[in-house]
Write a protein that binds this ligand. Structure first.
Ligand code: PMP
Length: 390
């Protein structure tokens, strides 16, 4: 058997989508003009498929501070956090993140994926039980597999199902690690955290929340869903990424004092290079914006409502909740691909998401808005979808 023979079916499946027109998977955006515009081939397009929720990728201060870090500290750390890749700026950012959450300890990782892998795999050892939402991000599944824990899945956002599974665990529930997300990246819905906290109060256990898509987006101060629902005191660890609202690359975990021990027992912390000084500098600048700029969050939500209403009025089937992620549900993969290509032709870039990346066998045209989109751009996205109906 050839090295790649096991992928034959996968290759055939993908080829069906690539016979003509541009490839929806790994689409090359040939030029980026701003947080909201770019070019694909000869088309100037509105970017409506990123995770750049606060629109900070071109923030002048973040760019200037990032350039200064490049000049003063070089292009990379060339080492891991544990060995030779911790600079003063990494520690400063950790303190700033901890202060932002009003918690004692934060740890910076190389990506959001590595943050989940690092924290969860260290805790989810073979003697542990983790209970995760079935619709969890791949990094959460991979982390549990790396740690070797017993994995129990509960139905997406179904607190009653979670409770049944905690009940069945008996005494073991007291040490179970429950993992959920803030905003779920595909459907834009949020974990029923109040109910989950109530379950923890009655059965015991620990709660980890991945706020990748809700940090900077929800909560009075932008701390995420946990802040929005006022359940901060009941959450053990918050995980996050720099690759969405913070507009760079890297990840973090934040929690109580004891979190610090994970630095010494987390392979994904120890055995990979740390984020570059330029990334750290831009994240520090963007974090200040998240803290100070309620206006950005307000504009983001105004845009989310505008797009949601526009698409709902056209009769599209959307996620049940208004969110910066607006998933348009399409009846088949083929129809999804055709619509995705037509949207690019009309100057709008969204994400085509097929199962298993999309949950429950769905095909999605995943739109996402950011705080930098103008009303005119949101209306242009709606117009493009209206033309598809026509
Ligand atoms: N958690 C969730 C919920 C995510 O959606 C993602 C990325 N899409 C990650 C973690 C990983 O973050 P990163 O891409 O920054 O590694």
């Amino acid at each position: 058997m050839g090295l790649y023979d096991k992928f034959t079916r996968f290759v055939e499946e993908r080829q069906k989508f690539q016979v003509s027109g541009i490839n929806p998977f790994g689409t090359c955006i040939d030029e980026i003009y701003s947080a909201t515009e770019g070019r694909i081939g000869d088309k100037r397009i509105i970017l409506a498929g990123s995770n750049n929720y606060l629109g900070l990728t071109f923030d002048a201060e973040a760019i200037q501070e990032s350039q200064e870090a490049l000049r003063l500290q070089g292009t990379g750390t060339t080492g891991s956090r544990m060995a030779n890749g911790t600079f003063g700026s990494h520690l400063a950012l950790e303190q700033e993140i901890a202060a932002f959450f009003d918690l004692s300890t934060a740890i910076v990782f190389s990506t959001g994926y590595t943050a989940n892998l690092g924290v969860i795999s260290a805790l989810a050892t073979p003697d542990a039980v983790v209970i995760i939402d079935e619709d969890s991000h791949a990094s959460i599944y991979d982390a549990c597999a790396l740690g070797g824990a017993q994995i129990i899945r509960f139905r997406h956002n179904d607190a009653k199902d979670l409770e049944r599974r905690m009940q069945r665990l008996g005494e073991k529930a007291k040490e179970a690690i429950i993992i959920v997300e803030g905003i779920y990246s595909m459907l834009g819905d949020v974990a029923p955290l109040k109910e989950i906290v109530d379950i923890k109060r009655r059965y015991g256990g620990y709660i980890l929340v991945d706020e990748a898509h809700s940090f900077g987006v929800m909560g009075e101060k932008g701390r995420g869903l946990v802040e929005d629902l006022g359940v901060e005191a009941d959450i053990d660890i918050i995980l996050g990424t720099f690759s969405k609202s913070l507009a760079a690359i890297g990840g973090f975990a934040v929690g109580g004092k004891q979190l610090d021990v994970l630095r010494y027992c987390s392979r994904p912390y120890i055995f990979t290079a740390s984020p570059s000084p330029a990334s750290i500098a831009s994240v520090r600048a963007s974090l200040r914006q998240v803290g100070h700029s309620k206006a950005l969050r307000e504009k983001l939500w105004t845009n989310a409502h505008r797009l949601y209403k526009g698409l709902a009025d056209l009769g599209y089937k959307l996620g049940e909740r208004v969110s910066p992620v607006v998933p348009v549900m399409i009846e088949s993969k083929e129809a999804g691909l055709e619509m995705w290509r037509a949207l690019v032709e009309k100057g709008v870039y969204v994400n085509l998401v097929l199962p298993p990346a999309a949950p429950f066998g769905m095909t999605l045209l995943r739109c996402s808005v950011n705080a930098a989109h103008s009303d005119e751009q949101i209306d242009a996205i709606i117009r493009a979808f209206a033309e598809l109906k026509a």
